[in-house]
Design a protein around this ligand. Sequence first.
Ligand code: NAD
Ligand code: USQ
Length: 393
Amino acid sequence: MRVLVLGGDGYLGWATAMYFSRKGHEIGLVDNFLRRRMHLERGTDSLTPIRSLHERVDVWREITGKQMEMFIGDLTDTEFTNEVIRDFKPEVIIHYGEIPSAPYSMIDAKHAIFTQVNNVAGTLNVLFAMRDHAPEAHLIKLGTMGEYGTPNIDIEEGYIEIEHKGRKDVLPFPKQAGSWYHQSKVHDSNNIMFACKIWNLRATDLNQGVVYGIETDEVNLDDRLLTRFDYDESFGTALNRFCVQAVVGHPLTLFGKGKQKRGFLNIRDTLQCVELAALNPPNPGRMRVFNQFTERFSLTELAEIVKKAAEKLGYKVEIAHYYNPRVEAEEHYYNPTHTKLFELGLKPRYLSETLVESMLKRIEQFKDRVITKAIVPRIHWTKGEAEVVPRID
Ligand code: NAD
Ligand code: USQ
């Protein structure tokens, strides 16, 4: 298949591009290096020393003999996005090309607006370009489990059957996102659903949980192919952060009570889920939604798992409670349905399969690169960037 990966220089995008290329698909990569620039803005960096996209594409060719086509530009530029989709003629578009950070979007009005414009306008450009140049293509869009929030009922996969005043309908599941970033994903979902309806497009919205992991089969071929791995307050996700904290001897940063629950998945399973979506395209005309995660944990459970695994490797680990900079439920019901990807054949890798230990060993390799002051948050949901959050235990 001709697969266009939007956000192909990112954590998931680069890993996905190599995975699909190795399987024999023709790959186009789109990126404007915004993520690299956001790290420069924040004074932070990836733990893994990542090469430039050009170098990684060259190394990939050297090792596998396979080419990837690069399109460097901004998805919010209508003309650029149109030209890429017109010229590459994708059969599948995997859309990772957005700002992924909740804290970054909460810094101030400028960052909230930038996040929403970047994400929502970029996706609108993709939808219009599909209408005009690739109406048969399948858009696989990375959404987030955070679109649903934490309602006191089971979360369905995108749609819920409702009976109201004696009448029934299947309607979009209510959205209660918890940051300006997560809200951008809600707006995207609404726009994609509408575009599918009016232009008969084909799309899958993958409401993904929190991803962890540093290794994939392709990344492991050569360190010059490493994908990014973040641990700072803006771009690091919970488990990745906890693993880095354990290795550098920083207390694990549980926010508030630490009883928040989320869905998690290994980066290798992200690749598998996206592949399953690509190989099983939906009918046109209605946006399909999958909830994409393999396991559910509370943050305390995760911290305990990391502590146990790190102690086996000889590290001394302290779990600490910090003031929660976010406005979120710290104790709540959480039971999202996630069966559709399993029905398509997903074979998950569970965290218990010593994944944490393999992550810790990889982190050890790069621990001298850790910028310790980037770990504890300063971005508060109520007042933006302010004082470093204090410990509360
Ligand atoms: P990332 O920041 O590493 O990758 C995104 C890439 O998109 C970056 O390389 C960035 O430069 C590029 N990009 C952003 N805006 C662009 C634009 N306007 N034009 C061109 N390129 C642009 O993020 P990631 O962690 O790989 O996440 C990828 C996607 O998956 C995001 O949409 C994110 O919301 C979603 N997601 C991620 C996670 C996770 O835990 N990592 C979980 C759920 C959903
Ligand atoms: N948390 C801690 N300590 C930390 C970091 C986070 O207790 O050091 C808590 C947060 O308060 C939150 C939970 O862990 O309750 C998840 O936080 P996170 O930073 O790992 O994830 P989040 O901000 O939700 O965003 C990440 C990705 C985003 C994706 C989302 C999936 O950055 O792109 O959309 O995970 S989900 O969470 O399912 O919405």
